[in-house]
Write a protein that binds this ligand. Structure first.
Ligand SMILES: Cc1cc2nc3c(=O)[nH]c(=O)nc-3n(C[C@H](O)[C@H](O)[C@H](O)COP(=O)(O)OP(=O)(O)OC[C@H]3O[C@@H](n4cnc5c(N)ncnc54)[C@H](O)[C@@H]3O)c2cc1C
Length: 473
């Protein structure tokens, strides 16, 4: 596809895109180039027509980070090749459209796994870079950026640059929310493993303080995470996990990782979301949360052995689970709160959502440390990721609750993860990022993209861009 062939914005290219939560729809002209030359043609077409570009990965961000504004919408779904793989050093280089799923399926049998991975395997490498994903081992392994050796980016001018960690801009592109240019290639380090299993220890927990204590007690674990019951005040299940032993090399086989068949021998995975939908309501989720804690009590004794994929990506085993929230939507809120304030803030958030009877149906607690990225969202502290069901009836009350909770978090010096946000106001988002960080990032955009070619609904909503044509759908 040369520049002339791209030609004009053909209406046949128009697609509706949405965030994973289904609450951030937007239309865009979809382009899926297959090479750097084709990609450059699309960028230059957008320049010629003076249309914004929105970059789109797998659309696994919950809110509007990759939602277009009638923009040229570029997906690298066809630039997804593994380019080099060194099974001695564990360094891999792939195009930005390669997914985490494709990467683990490529490297696992050679005995390698991600240093840092999200709770779903569906994101692209470019999406992982642009939101700078973290995993259940943030304290020991940092974020995705810390394992990248080189990131290649195409700027608004069509120029291609390769950035390495010693260059400051490397840390702007990671977590740069797709606003600096197109991530076309990533070279990163994987972690050596000798087993495709993890050994998981569970503890039932009855208060926020108990969770924090367990994160300390199990500081040597390879992974740690807590699942909290939003209908109680901080009770839940803490999990620590360690990579398995070298005595089970057969577990590195892909067949060991891929779970097929029916859930509990009864329900087909592909249609499980339909059953889930029946209980995705307040009474159903209250019961399900209580049952989860109870199940943990029974399995508290012996460590549980799980495959790496089953442990790391539990929600991927229920394909389309987010459709259980349809025709409404799933509103996510992920706040990171400094350690000293975490207990008070989490108590206060719980009090507010319970008094409004708007309990989150999924609550995940993790421990964190800061990193070097310019638009950093992490800090020394704990993050709470909350899944709320939004309906036409509760939307007003839920928006108010979200706003109140955001103020509580910000007043305690907390931050927000934009891959999981869809509602922060410009003032709140800017407090989260900090004035100095925004000024530094804006100066780089002035240099690399003075006409602000790269925009998203998020960048408009939080005031990083002025977008006259943008009205929230
Ligand atoms: C079930 C579930 C669990 C999750 N768990 C975690 C977790 O544990 N930790 C975590 O950190 N995140 C988690 N996430 C969030 C997810 O990892 C991030 O939102 C990730 O960025 C999604 O990648 P994507 O390819 O889908 O990108 P999208 O969501 O489509 O886009 C994300 C950002 O990347 C930009 N982008 C896309 N392509 C390019 C490109 N080629 N060049 C430059 N920028 C680009 C977009 O403009 C946007 O700003 C989870 C999401 C889900 C649905």
């Amino acid at each position: 596809m040369d520049h002339a062939a791209a030609g004009h914005l053909d209406l046949a290219r128009i697609r509706r895109f949405d965030g994973f939560g289904g609450l951030s729809p937007g239309d865009g002209y979809l382009f899926e180039p297959t090479s750097l030359d084709e990609l450059r043609s699309v960028v230059l077409l957008a320049e010629e027509l003076n249309v914004p570009i929105t970059l789109r990965g797998s659309g696994r961000s919950y809110g509007d980070t990759s939602s277009p504004l009638e923009s040229v919408t570029i997906s690298l779904a066809r630039m997804n090749r593994v380019l080099t793989w060194d099974k001695e050093t564990g360094v891999i280089e792939a195009e930005g459209g390669a997914t985490l799923e494709a990467i683990w399926q490529y490297v696992l049998q050679d005995g390698w796994w991600f240093n840092v991975v999200s709770g779903t395997m569906k994101p692209t490498l470019a999406g992982a870079v642009s939101t700078n994903i973290h995993g259940k081992n943030n304290l020991t392994h940092g974020t995705f950026a810390e394992h990248v050796e080189m990131v290649e980016i195409m700027l608004a001018s069509g120029e291609v640059r390769q950035l390495v960690p010693s260059q400051p801009e490397f840390w702007a592109v990671h977590g740069g929310l797709g606003l600096l240019g197109i991530v076309t290639k990533v070279r990163f380090r994987l972690k050596k493993i000798t087993s495709g299993n993890v050994r998981v220890v569970q503890r039932r927990v009855h208060s926020w303080a108990d969770h924090f204590e367990l994160f300390e007690t199990f500081a040597d674990a390879d992974y740690s995470v807590s699942w909290v019951n939003g209908f109680t005040n901080g009770s839940g299940v803490f999990q620590a996990a360690w990579h398995g032993e070298s005595s089970e090399p057969e577990t590195l086989d892909l067949r060991h990782q891929i779970i097929e068949g029916k859930l509990a021998g009864l329900i087909h995975r592909d249609t499980a979301w339909k059953h889930l939908r029946r209980i995705t309501n307040r009474p159903g989720m209250k019961l399900a949360s209580a049952l989860k804690s109870n199940a943990a009590r029974i399995s508290e004794g012996a460590p549980k052995v799980m495959s790496l994929v089953q442990y790391n990506f539990p929600l991927d085993y229920l394909p389309n689970w987010q459709r259980a929230y349809v025709p409404n939507g799933l509103l996510q809120f992920q706040a990171i709160v400094p350690t000293a304030h975490a207990e008070n803030v989490f108590n206060e958030l719980t009090r507010r959502w319970q008094s409004d009877k708007l309990e989150p149906y999924l609550v995940v607690l993790k421990k964190h440390r800061p990193d070097e990225t310019w638009l950093r969202y992490l800090d020394h502290g704990y993050s709470l990721a909350l899944d709320f069901r939004q309906t036409p009836r509760n939307a007003g009350a839920l928006n108010n609750l979200y706003n109140e909770m955001a103020e509580v978090v910000l007043n305690a010096g907390g931050r927000f993860y934009f891959a999981k946000d869809g509602l922060l106001s410009p003032a709140q988002a800017q407090r989260s990022l900090g004035e100095a960080a925004i000024a530094r990032f804006t100066a780089l955009r002035d240099d690399w993209d003075p006409k602000r070619r790269f925009k998203t609904q998020l960048s408009c909503r939080i005031g990083l861009d002025e977008c006259v044509q943008y009205a929230r759908p």
